[in-house]
Design a protein around this ligand. Sequence first.
Ligand code: NAP
Length: 331
Amino acid sequence: MVKAKAFILHKRFVGEPKASDLKLVEEDLPPLKDGEFLAEAVYLSVDPYMRAYADRLPLGNTFIGIQVALITESKHPKYQVGKHVVGSFGWRTHTISNGVSVAGDVPILILPDLGELPVSLGVGILGMPGNTAYFGFLEICKPKAGETVVVTGAAGAVGSHVGQIAKIKGCKVIGIAGSDEKNKWLKEELNFDHVINYKTQDVEAELKKAAPDGVDCYFDNVGGEISTIILNQMNLFGRVSVCGAISGYNNRNIKAGVVQFPLVFRQLKMEGFMVLRWTDRWMEGILQNLAWIKQGKLKYRETITVGFDKMFNAFVDMLRGVNQGKAVVKI
Ligand code: NAP
């Protein structure tokens, strides 16, 4: 009999999540039925949306999350032993699946052959965050060569990717992140044109210097005051892709100023999105991002924590900004 370990939501998060809000449990898994397979977690993702979505998750449920898992047993013709799958199986070590994802979750897919690349990319640049950058930026900002693009959360999984796509598209890119070390990576390795440390620098003044002709596209990962400052420096008919608002996930009582002024006077187009809007084009994003990696146009970093028992630490570290690129947990 296979024993699975899982983290369940034990108490509602208040402010920053506490380790005691989750509980580690063990489950005995039943034998496989026809049409099912057993997947053993290899890499689990920790993402900001978990903090926001946890408010809706019933207490006692397995905590949410995407993972790359190895198929170790199968009674399903499509899901063969030895293949890696990516699915929203939650924070658990072993999962029995029939290959059908729950409505509103990322599709369960067999990871394409990544060659020399690590399978962990299936929860990163070649998975949900990668598609968030690809579709959320290109479809909503519709960047043109020569335009100025600002991205916040710039050294994270989505932000570091968006900035690089903007460079591929011939734009000038300004990244805003929370440490000099992160900004050094963005500037020196990812070729961002300008970087701003929002923790130590005056974002308004620095942005005026970096974008004297104004901002055409803004990819918003953080919301709050920084976003209001950026909106006020946008050009006429600028486009804003609202991806997330991590500055408010632990604290919803943020005063961010009246964003309607720049929206009206600069006639901006601001649109929020959920990456699952593009589920029917999921593989297009993955294959394009894979091609850019192979062409040397797209680079990635991962911050890897080792051990299933360290899931919570990795999660809170990511919310605090410890990660560069994608935060993942290796089993
Ligand atoms: P990430 O950027 O890899 O990690 C989170 C980062 O947020 C941290 O490293 C930290 O970096 C930054 N941060 C934390 N608190 C902050 C604050 N108060 N102000 C500014 N930055 C703060 O995470 P990700 O997976 O790439 O996600 C980025 C955003 O995209 C999140 O808002 C997430 O919810 C959103 N998202 C949306 C979708 C969608 O479908 N709409 C899908 C995926 C992700 P610093 O050191 O720079 O502070």
